[in-house]
Design a protein around this ligand. Structure first.
Ligand SMILES: Nc1ncnc2c1ncn2[C@@H]1O[C@H](COP(=O)(O)OP(=O)(O)O)[C@@H](O)[C@H]1O
Ligand SMILES: [Mg+2]
Length: 891
């Protein structure tokens, strides 16, 4: 393997992971233990300096690059991304790589071990081998060359060289044990949250219906969608259908892979840049992970690709390059290398769904699969140079070493089989504790032993390490200390402890043991339980800060400034927007808004507390046993989670109502006062209210709160993902669209005569229809409303709708009142009929106490349900805008 030597040459300068003081201290503490094995590391810290032997992508020249990590940018399943500055380049020059320049460094090992395990498991199921992009330089090269060729193709297609980020060189990181790449750093942002009160048109436009394009309100969103669709089409044309998955809109996760470059805000379509050509998760036919995956799986199967990852079609690529041969002149050597490395890559894995019969008749294939395995062990630091050389010499040794890697899995499977058999035969032979214990020991000790054997067999330093562990109690203790330091470093990086505490914990086994069980909790909770200062700060934030914000104008201003700062950093706000918001900070309405927001934030936990208290009270009163009580309490809490209105949101609504009354000002709160009563939308009540007066601030606040909520969702909540945009659209743009439509209705109404008498007629008709339903559907029987539940809503919804429709110019509040009265009147008429002439009413019973009680209860129940239904019908009419409305009002 051409890059194997670089594994050995690659080194970190200074202590590894020593970017921050705490990490440096921990790394030095580890080094001072004098262990025979190196410190394990998952990721780098800002400030770390790294040296790599790199190979340019095209031309494939060699150089040595020294760089400094500036910051960690992110990383999901494919790898970890950093922004880094190049400090020095030695060797042949690589075009685009300059000393002092800033670049994106991607190492194909996820920062989170959990993500790594998930990714590797999917890949192993799909291809029966380790994750190639991490462990196989040929796979790394293949992906890089594909990206270079795609970049050229996009320059032809989009007439823009920058539509794909440039990839400069690849390398092997011997410290983390993974391949990596250096590419152009793209200064840019994810999408802007655009105000769009024509969101209904957007849907129509996307479905291909004719719409007035000038009215479309989300130009950037539409431009990005169009760009990604065209990009996907281009990738298919080039023969890269599986790479296209990175840009398929329907996967709901692809959106962050396209950024918009800074300084291109004037043109919605300009500066869009595709930047991620490294798939993370293999797409298995039985495991679609997003709505879009179903279609992709079907298309893959049609192509003959059952498991999809990054396979391309080189014949198609060559045809594409031939068709544009003048533009690809300098890239033909790259295609030559691609053909070589693709073959080496594909043949390094068993990959039964693609190789199938070849596995039985192609000895050479097995040779390269074993070669691939040896390379992967070397790159992941499972073996050292000496073992690697020995494995390269003997196929039998390689197979043996591979089998060692399976020991753990075999033990776990065996334990699972024993348990399943024991459960199946429990009737003839009761399960004994001994069987369970043996299975558990197998499942726990097996993988540990497998790992240990492999380390000992694979690396000389581990042989010395374990030799000393088992022969010297002093070394054994030091080894434990070493492990605890590594763990503490990981905890510190995950935000589970402060720098001081990390250093103290690493120095004290007692403290470490106290933290160990807590490390299974979520990071925030772990820190809350162990760090008094942090817990105090959290409590202050939850309990006191909103109060402080309510009473202190300065605190409110700095709060908004913080949010604006965050928005700037995330590219949600331009410099001008930020300046505009900060310039209006002192205006009374903004202050009022911030105050209300403080109250809203304050009531956030209150909602949960109140629903828990209600649940508890009801459970205490009605629960007959502990179990039943818990079920009742849980049910009530869950109920308030799904209902649109909860005790917390009611409090919020009442607060806004209080403001209206206190200030005798309805106009400034006319929307917020209704919305605030609803959950989720309630947080956006004020931004929606402010839209016309403070558009920038309103849009920003809505984006800030909507994305904040979406980011809690794993995988799909990723910053820049479709979910956060959908949340913003649902809670901000949709209400705005409804508001605009209501305005249109109002304008159309103003030309019509006012009318109220029709409401009485409608009530009589609705009651008549209900009676008729009763007679027809249940002739002879005496059905209650409950038995007719599927028929009841229709006459009532229609009556409500028609009441609003025929009310003409009548004022809005009066129309709502009319809708309500129609419901009530219908209920009275229907209940009256049912009590006096219905099948259950006999002459003797009329007027009796039981009859009166029945009538009262019926009136109460149906009165409530009927009015809700007629109000809904009226509301539907208020929001319904026909094309005729639009034409008549010139919208
Ligand atoms: N070259 C780059 N310039 C600027 N930002 C980048 C660059 N590469 C990646 N990023 C940022 O890092 C995020 C994650 O990178 P990506 O390569 O998509 O990794 P993954 O999807 O595997 O986590 C991107 O969404 C983007 O915000
Ligand atoms: Mg990505």
């Amino acid at each position: 393997m051409s890059e194997e030597t670089s594994v050995v040459a690659n080194k970190t300068v200074g202590a590894p992971g020593a970017g921050t003081d705490a990490c440096r201290t921990l790394a030095e503490a580890f080094a001072s233990l004098g262990l025979h094995r190196p410190m394990r590391l998952n990721r780098y810290q800002a400030g770390d300096e790294l040296t790599y032997d790199v190979t340019g992508v095209s031309p494939a020249v060699r150089a040595t690059v020294r760089l400094k990590i500036e910051k960690f940018v992110g990383g999901g399943f494919a790898g970890q991304v950093y922004r880094a500055t190049v400090l020095a380049v030695e060797g042949q020059p690589i075009a685009g790589l300059d000393v002092g320049g800033t670049y994106a460094l991607k190492i194909l090992l996820p920062p989170s071990p959990g993500n790594t395990r998930f990714r590797d498991t999917l890949y192993a199921v799909g291809f029966q081998g380790p994750f190639s992009l991490q462990v196989n330089p040929a796979a790394m090269r293949a992906g890089a060359i594909w990206q270079k060729l795609i970049r050229r193709a996009s320059a032809i297609r989009f007439s823009d060289d920058g539509a794909v980020k440039d990839i400069l060189c690849t390398f092997v990181d011997g410290r983390l044990g993974s391949c990596g790449e250096l590419s152009e750093w793209v200064e840019g942002r994810q999408w802007r949250f655009e105000v769009d009160d024509h969101i209904d048109l957007r849907g129509k436009y996307l479905r291909g219906k004719p719409v007035e394009v000038a009215q479309l309100g989300s130009p950037e969103y539409l431009a990005k969608r169009r760009f990604m669709a065209e990009f996907v089409a281009m990738l298919h044309e080039m023969g890269a259908p599986e790479l296209a998955r990175q840009y398929e809109w329907g996967t709901c996760k692809s959106q962050p892979n396209v950024m918009k470059r800074d300084g291109m805000d004037d043109d919605p379509a300009a500066g869009l840049t595709a930047l991620d050509f490294r798939a993370g998760l293999a797409l298995l036919p039985f495991l679609p992970m997003s709505p879009g995956d179903f279609r992709l799986i079907a298309k893959g199967i049609a192509r003959g690709s059952l498991v999809q990852f990054d396979r391309g079609d080189l014949v198609r690529l060559e045809a594409f390059m031939n068709a544009h041969s003048d533009r690809f002149k300098d890239l033909w050597p790259a295609l030559g290398e691609l053909q070589q490395v693709e073959k080496a890559y594909r043949d390094s894995l068993p990959d039964v769904t693609h190789h199938h019969v070849r596995l039985f008749c192609d000895g050479q294939l097995w040779g390269s699969i074993l070669d691939g395995a040896v390379t992967s062990w070397r790159i992941r630091n499972v073996t050292d140079d000496a073992t690697t050389a020995a494995l390269r010499r003997s196929r039998a040794l390689t197979v043996g070493f591979g089998l060692l890697g399976l020991v753990g899995m075999v033990c776990v499977l065996a334990a699972a089989c024993v348990l399943i058999l024991a459960i199946l035969h429990r009737h003839t032979q009761p399960i004994t504790l001994r069987v369970v214990l043996v299975a558990l020991v197998f499942a726990v000790v097996g993988p540990l032993a497998g790992k240990l054997f492999r380390r000992v067999a694979g690396r000389e330093d581990y042989r010395r390490h374990y030799g000393a562990v088992f022969s010297s109690p002093g070394y054994f203790y030091r080894a434990l200390r070493g492990r605890s330091i590594e763990k503490v470093m990981a905890w510190y990086c995950a935000g589970r402890m402060s720098a001081d505490r990390a250093v103290r914990t690493a120095g004290s086994p007692g403290r470490y043991l106290l933290h160990l069980p807590l490390s299974f909790l979520p990071a925030g909770l772990h820190r809350f339980l162990t760090d008094r200062a942090y817990a105090g700060q959290v409590m202050r934030n939850v309990a006191l800060r909103p109060v402080h914000l309510y009473f202190n104008a300065q605190a409110r201003e700095s709060w908004l400034r913080d949010m604006v700062g965050q928005g700037r950093r995330r590219g949600m706000l331009s410099a001008e927007d930020a300046a505009e918001i900060e310039g209006r900070l002192h205006e009374p309405f903004i202050q009022k808004y911030l105050k209300s927001l403080a109250v809203h934030v304050c009531l956030m936990p209150a909602g949960h507390v109140i629903s828990a208290i209600i649940g508890l009270c009801v459970a205490l009163k009605y629960g007959k046993s502990l179990g039943e009580g818990l079920v009742i309490a849980g049910g009530i809490v869950a109920f308030f989670q799904v209902t649109p209105i909860s005790p917390g949101s009611c409090l919020r609504g009442l607060y806004v109502l209080f403001l209206v009354v206190k200030e005798r000002n309805f106009k400034d709160y006319n929307i917020a006062v209704f919305l605030a009563f609803f959950k989720y939308v309630g947080y956006l009540a004020f931004p929606i209210q402010m839209t016309s007066r403070y558009p920038t601030l309103a849009r920003f606040m809505a984006a800030h709160w909507a994305t904040g909520a979406a980011n809690y969702v794993p995988v799909f909540g990723e910053y820049g993902g479709l979910l956060e945009h959908a949340v913003f659209d649902t809670f901000y743009n949709r209400p705005l669209t409804l508001r605009r439509r209501a305005g249109l209705r109002a304008r159309r109404r103003s030309a019509l005569p006012a009318r109220v008498w029709h409401a009485a007629v409608l009530a009589v008709v609705a009651a008549g229809v209900l009676v008729a339903f009763h007679k027809v559907a249940h002739a002879g029987a005496a059905p209650t409303l409950r038995q007719m539940w599927y028929l009841v809503p229709w006459p009532l919804l229609t009556a409500g709708y028609l009441t609003a429709l025929w009310a003409g110019r009548t004022k809005g509040s009066k129309r709502i009142l009319l809708g309500l009265l129609v419901g009530l009147a219908t209920a009275m008429l229907y209940c009256g009929w049912s009590a006096l002439a219905g099948p259950g009413a006999s002459a003797g019973a009329v007027g009796s106490v039981a009859w009166r009680e029945d009538l009262g209860l019926n009136l109460l129940g149906s009165g409530f349900i009927f009015t809700v239904l007629t109000l809904l019908g009226a509301l539907a009419e208020e929001l319904h805008v026909s094309d005729k409305d639009c034409r008549q009002t010139g919208d």
